[in-house]
Ligand binder design. Structure first.
Ligand SMILES: C[S@@+](CC[C@H](N)C(=O)[O-])C[C@H]1O[C@@H](n2cnc3c(N)ncnc32)[C@H](O)[C@@H]1O
Length: 260
């Protein structure tokens, strides 16, 4: 199976290195207190007597048991060996899940085979040309009418969180400069490149998405009927949550679209 060129091999090693700590370091959209339209859509799919799905960038495989219950065959793809190791353990006894240690930038082994593709927080390649290459690969994997569902990390969600923190600091009487410093510190701005929407942490560099970018890139790659909806994240992933529980929590973006 082909492995990625360019700087993606470094990213594969960095994702592997974080696998053991993944749940501690990353916001979890699968928790019962999140509002996750992707889970709603997948639960709503009929149990298929035929049908093939893929979890692209499956990580430690939280979605695989549900997909395995819905589809005859499920392909679990990830380029981080340690993530796949945990995903395999989670799926012991599920005989219809096949694992692939591969980059999403080359999915030729799945072309023309999928009825559903899912990518949860894995369309994060730091170079947007890689993201665009992946989207074309996903479209080639789907049969005509096949669906593509995903979640992408939201840049505007970080701006919203920053706004809440800034207003909180000002309400407490901080001068503007101190209030901005306080908000930037609490929202961890040191890890972000806001101009080009990147988040760098423990060697992993992730692209964050703006809502307008989602239909833009999906339609460029040939997808149609693009729909987006907020994934409301659990408040207790965020500091000082007790000051904000009457507000909407920060979000990521869910998308749904189809291949023609
Ligand atoms: C934030 S994690 C999400 C994992 C999983 N989908 C979940 O929801 O828990 C992103 C995953 O995408 C994988 N990934 C990122 N870029 C990839 C690429 N170019 N090819 C294959 N996997 C990739 C990483 O290894 C990691 O497991």
């Amino acid at each position: 199976m082909s492995k990625p060129a360019g700087w993606l091999p470094d990213q594969s090693a960095a994702w592997s290195a974080i696998a053991a700590d993944y749940e501690r370091e990353f916001v979890d959209p699968y928790r019962a207190d999140a509002v996750n339209p992707l889970l709603r859509e997948v639960h709503g799919l009929p149990n298929q007597s035929e049908g093939t799905a893929a979890d692209l960038g499956c990580g430690k495989g939280p979605l695989l048991p549900l997909l395995a219950a819905k589809f005859v065959t499920v392909h679990a793809v990830d380029f981080a060996e340690q993530m796949l190791h945990h995903a395999r353990q989670r799926c012991v006894g599920l005989n219809n899940v096949r694992f692939h240690d591969a980059s999403l930038t080359d999915l030729r082994f799945l072309h023309g085979q999928l009825d559903l593709a899912v990518a949860v927080n894995s369309l994060v390649m730091p170079d947007v040309r890689d993201i665009e290459a992946v989207l074309v690969q996903v479209r080639c994997c789907l049969r005509a009418g096949g669906r593509f569902l995903g979640i992408v990390p939201a840049m505007d969600g970080v701006h919203y969180w920053t706004m809440l923190l800034l207003d909180r600091a000002l309400r407490r009487g901080m001068p503007m400069e101190a209030a901005e410093k306080n908000a930037a510190h609490l929202a961890e701005h040191r890890y972000f490149d806001f101009a080009f929407s990147r988040f760098s942490f423990r060697g992993i560099v992730q692209h964050f998405w703006q809502p307008f970018e989602i239909p833009w890139r999906l339609e460029k790659a040939g997808f149609r009927d693009v729909r987006i909806e907020k994934v409301l994240l659990p408040w207790d992933h965020f500091r000082l949550r007790e000051d904000f529980t009457d507000q909407e929590p920060p979000w990521d973006w869910f998308f749904a679209c189809r291949a023609e």
